[in-house]
Unconditional design. Sequence first.
Length: 642
Amino acid sequence: MKKNKTAPGYQKIPEDVRMNIIERSCKQVSRGVFFSTIIIITSFLPVFLLTGQEGKLFHPLAYTKTFIMVVDAILVLTLAPVLISFFMKGKFKDDNTNPINRGLERVYEPLIRWCIKWRKTVLGINVAALIISIPLIMGLGREFMPPLDEGSLLFMPVTLPDISNSEAKRLLQVQDKIIKSVPEVAHVLGKAGRANTATDNSPISMIETIILLKPQSEWRSGHTKNDIINELNAKLQIPGVTNGWTMPIINRINMLSTGIRTDVGVKVYGQNLDSIYTLSQKIKDELTGIEGIKDMFVEPITGGKYIDIEVNRGEIGRYNLSIDEVNAVVESALGGMELTTTIEGRQRFTVNARYGQDFRNNLEALKRLPVQTMNYGTIPLSAIANIQLSEGPPMINSENAMLRGTVLFNVRERDLGSTVEEAKQKIDNMIGKMPQGYFVEWSGQYENLIRGEQTMKMILPIVLVVIFLSMYFAFHSFREAFFNLISIPFALIGGAFMIYIWGVNLSVAVAVGFIALFGLAVETGIVMVIYLNDAMQQLVALKGNSRETITRDDLREYVIAGAAKRLRPKIMTVCVTLFGLVPFLWSTGVGSDMMKPIVLPMVGGVFTSAIHILLVTPIIFLMQKEWELKKLGKIDVFDAHH
């Protein structure tokens, strides 16, 4: 059925008027798009300057957003006007013929009129909401990054440094059997000591057990990962063993980036290993009992057992032996003698021979180790050497050319920032009493947290200055740029309330979410002000041609008309954003823990941003114009666009 070409709501636009409208609209939109693109790219500058783990994680997001905005701006400035000129032909409907648009304006117009009438009340409510949101934000915990659920666990207990190989193997088997008894555990794989690689310098006293869990649908009802960890930890209380729980990937990242295999570590530097170990034990005693600190232990740097074989030079001279000959016997018996090499395809394996484990573990048997001489036959090793057990460091750690000990602990059931701050207060008095040449340094995830916060604090002032200058060039007014900039925090109130209600700690991920929300709020605010300025230009053109005086009622009506023009695009922006982000709030699986802190500020902030820009921004704009009108007096025309 063909539409009636003369039906109400349709009108034929002359060609010259049509082209004039297209040109004027494109100029207006182009300016807004240009400055919005600059502001959004600038707002992501802190993300570009992130380094380390957080930089590698969020740089792709920032680059993707930037490239999309640049390409979008180019298309809007070049392709969009051409397409509009092709398709905007014939007869057009008036905006009021759209039932959705009519319904929105019927709700919006009385609401904006009420807000303008009770402007002080509206602004007071906004200020009160902002004041309430500040302590909510300040009261949130701080962490470096949200814990990413890898779907598996890493059990890293530490035993006494003098544990034997056979005892470590037995302990590993016992632990694996206990872990497998938990119903949620699918597979267990444990390793004691270091792997056959030079990059793994773990001592025999450190055990690594990877625990693969069953799908969450097969877990007992109501059980969470923390419940499983607590149950396993309770079952694995073995004397002489300090338990530690983490996840495989984050553990490797921590060890490579900070040298710490737990969430937090207190590095103790000094000149003597015994003094370092004593200070580390005192720090551990100070930190014991602090809420949130779990799996705490002192990295063993003393207490390792060694077999000292000290050759008696007088005795070996009497038996006509050399030190090299005695060392060769000891090396063959304890370390192993290379007999031959086997070849299997492209692989080659050496074949070594040495005494058995029982013999090497027996000090008396070592004393009877036979040594062949030229003139006196076979003599025991004890005849030419003193053999005894001695203590020493199981592994020597150094950093920045200084010896280092470490107090290690994880943080659970509390945020990282407040836990470490309380711990630092505990040991501050002790640090002042440390011997000269000894000092401590906080490392691990806390080190990354401080680095990320310092980067944000350093670059945010520069970002605000660039955004302010962009607004000035967009509005040609310092006053409008200033009022629009200081009004942005009001638009971010929803993000603060959202993360507080969800119970999320402040982290780099939350900061990235607020940065994205900040750019979106500034962009929509600029477009709203551009529409309002356009309404003012229409008012000036109308009153200027008729030589009439502009009144406050004129300003109010044209501000309402300019705000209404922005209503439908703003509602569309809110809906599109929510349709894209809200599903993340109910997402599960690997990666959801990282995405929710980014999405939460944006979901909450989009609501308050829409309310602020539709209701509060017109009020602030109207108050500026009324101030200009009062300052200039009731003259014929004033410059609405400066």
